[in-house]
Design a protein around this ligand. Structure first.
Ligand code: PLP
Length: 382
């Protein structure tokens, strides 16, 4: 079996090559000629059914890098999350979910799923007693994130996967923040691995895309649901994602390196009140992170003494970091989650989750580490 760096380049690439092209062309055709056999509806070759040669190439590469049998790409991370949850859950079912989730997922689970008759209990993802207390006869699934957005908690992931298996629940994990370079959740026993491929997998801040990885039967069910919900990825976005994926390993290692250096610098800076980064010994799950993660990731969050006003001033003074939502691209981005990704979560819920109004989240980019360190130091100066 080849390593992930090799799979990123070679897995899923068509053999023989189309016209000898070293980079497979984009199949930008909405429909394909019937071949005279009676295909099942889901196998008719049509773009919404995610089965062009570009899709098949992408699916094989995505499965290889997460170490799963199969994968399906989607038009956004939220399409991956909503389609996967709607595949696993139906009216009358109950979900257990980690308390601090990406704001869009939190909204989906708290607003849209209840309207469909699906209830959720949020739990502390480190508290095994709380998981057991949340179980109901109609509980079907357990949902978590590999590193939470924006608090960067690393839950007891092997424990969650084992608990789900023991109780017949489907375990789903959003692996956007860690990426398969730092963590491969299927190897811990997770059933479905989800991504906003908008972020690190593509890595260039120029498309919106998503992915679901898992065993062949589960992915077939997700793909059939996607065929009806319509969240299939366009071939041009799929092509760009295939291109971005090839450099994932190199990029993530550089993100890991710079984020750790920045976190260490911030942790000792007098203007900083708090830093959350799993690579710091002060992080509550640092020991677990050292065991589970190959790298601590490119995301960190911190609070300045002086709250929102200090955060605003800091952000304005940064030269190389742009204030914008999203993450995982080559350029460093900063945002205040209370104002962006978690604006939809009530202030009381945000406070309970540890998302202060002044919390700054940084997606550390691929600029020179020294330049980023100097930029942050200058922006924090009195
Ligand atoms: N999951 C996480 C952890 C995210 O940060 C995001 C977006 O920021 C999403 C999912 C949703 O992805 P998308 O914007 O591609 O729909």
């Amino acid at each position: 079996m080849s390593r992930i760096e090799t799979d990123l380049i070679h897995a899923g690439e068509p053999r023989p090559r189309f016209g000898g092209a070293v980079v497979a062309p984009i199949f930008q055709s909405s429909t394909f000629e019937l071949d005279g056999t009676d295909a099942d509806y889901h196998d008719i070759r049509y773009l919404r059914l995610s089965n062009s040669p570009t899709h098949l190439q992408l699916h094989a590469k995505l499965a290889a890098i997460e170490g799963t049998q199969a994968a399906v790409a989607t038009t956004s991370g939220m399409a991956a999350i909503s389609t996967a949850l709607l595949t696993v859950l139906r009216s009358g079912d109950h979900l257990i979910a980690q308390r601090c989730l990406y704001g869009g997922t939190h909204d989906l689970v708290t607003h849209d799923l209840p309207a469909l008759g699906i209830e959720t209990t949020f739990v502390d993802a480190d508290d095994r007693d709380a998981w057991a207390a949340a179980l109901r006869p109609n509980t079907r699934a357990f949902y978590c994130e590999s590193l939470t957005n924006p608090t960067l908690e690393l839950a007891d992931l092997p424990g969650i996967a084992a608990f789900a298996r023991a109780h017949g629940l489907v375990s789903l994990i959003d692996n956007t923040f860690a990426t398969p370079i730092n963590l491969r959740p299927a190897s811990l026993g997770f059933d479905l691995v989800l991504h906003s491929a908008t972020k690190y997998l593509n890595g260039h801040s120029d498309i919106v895309a998503g992915a679901v990885m898992g065993d062949a039967a589960r992915i077939d069910a997700v793909k059939r649901k996607l065929d009806h919900l319509g969240g299939s990825i366009d071939p041009h976005a799929a092509f760009l994602l295939l291109r971005g994926l090839k450099t994932l390993a190199l990029r993530v290692r550089q993100h890991n390196h710079s984020a750790l250096a920045l976190a260490q610098q911030l942790a000792t800076h007098p203007a900083i009140a708090l830093v959350r980064y799993p690579g710091l010994p002060s992080h509550a799950q640092h020991e677990r992170a050292r065991t589970l993660l190959a790298g601590f990731g490119g995301m960190l969050s911190f609070e300045l003494h002086g709250g929102v006003e200090a955060a605003r001033r800091f952000t304005r003074r940064l030269e190389f970091a742009t204030e914008a939502p999203s993450l995982g691209g080559p350029e460093t981005l900063v945002t205040r989650p209370a104002q962006s990704s978690h604006a939809g979560v009530s202030p009381a819920d945000r406070a309970a989750l540890g998302i202060g109004d002044g919390l700054v989240r940084m997606s550390v980019g691929l600029e020179a580490t020294e330049d980023l360190l100097a930029d942050v130091t200058a922006a924090l100066a009195p």
